[in-house]
Write a protein that binds this ligand. Structure first.
Ligand SMILES: [Zn+2]
Length: 223
């Protein structure tokens, strides 16, 4: 039986096979680099946009960096380039120095961006991530047929189109509203019975006062 899910899985396998091969080729071009050149270039580009930051050095590797926001609010962060920490937490989360950290790094003599990046961005890790080879496969018609010993059939139950009402449990609010409706209908019926009863009673009294013969059938017809 031709199952679309088999085609989908095969398509995904082909895509991943291509992606891994492409990334392996890219990894081979990084010979001589410790960290991914693209990330290092990105950090150097960021160092040209730090004019809004003011650095005040504290210890040897520590500083407080003041940032003037677009709304002219001043926010101050503490950076430690030895521990790769900034109080804005971007460096700890992304593994790349944040703008505050870069403001301090560029003040250091002979600072190398590679020293401040997490090993996650290393060429070694990149090559390791895409090192596994996904094997090419022939066409589906050439795949080995496996006898399962049973036949896979589609599910027996078919759901109706639209919302399924059959097994639906009404919510408490719906139950309450249904109860209120039932109570309302009953009270209307009682009111009708009372009204008819009172009408009959008043008609009987009037007829008695007039001294006429009381005929229930007649009264009902005159009501
Ligand atoms: Zn920061």
């Amino acid at each position: 039986m031709d199952l679309p899910v088999a085609d989908l899985a095969d398509k995904l396998r082909s895509k991943f096979m291509e992606l891994y091969a492409r990334r392996r080729r890219i990894g081979e071009k990084f010979e001589g680099h410790v960290m991914l050149p693209l990330v290092v270039r990105q950090l150097y580009a960021m160092t040209r946009q730090l004019g809004h930051l003011n650095t005040e050095a504290g210890g040897r590797d520590e500083a407080q960096v003041s940032e003037v926001t677009a709304s002219h609010k001043i926010i101050r962060h503490v950076v430690n380039i030895k521990d790769h920490v900034c109080t804005c937490r971007e460096w700890q989360v992304s593994g790349k120095p944040c703008a505050h950290a870069l403001a301090l790094i560029i003040t250091c003599r002979n600072a190398k961006m590679e020293d401040y990046l997490d090993p996650y961005y290393s060429v070694y890790r990149f090559r390791l991530a895409y090192g596994g080879v996904i094997k090419p496969l022939p066409d589906k018609s050439q795949w080995v047929r496996v006898e399962l010993g049973f036949k896979v059939m589609p599910p027996l139950d078919k759901r109706d189109v639209g919302r399924q009402w059959k097994n639906r449990k009404p919510s408490r609010t719906r139950e309450a509203s249904l109860g209120a409706k039932a109570c309302g209908r009953l009270s209307v019926k009682i009111a009708w019975v009372l009204a008819i009863g009172l009408t009959l009673q008043s008609a009987l009294l009037m007829e008695q006062r007039r001294g006429k013969c009381v005929c229930l059938f007649k009264i009902m017809h005159t009501c």
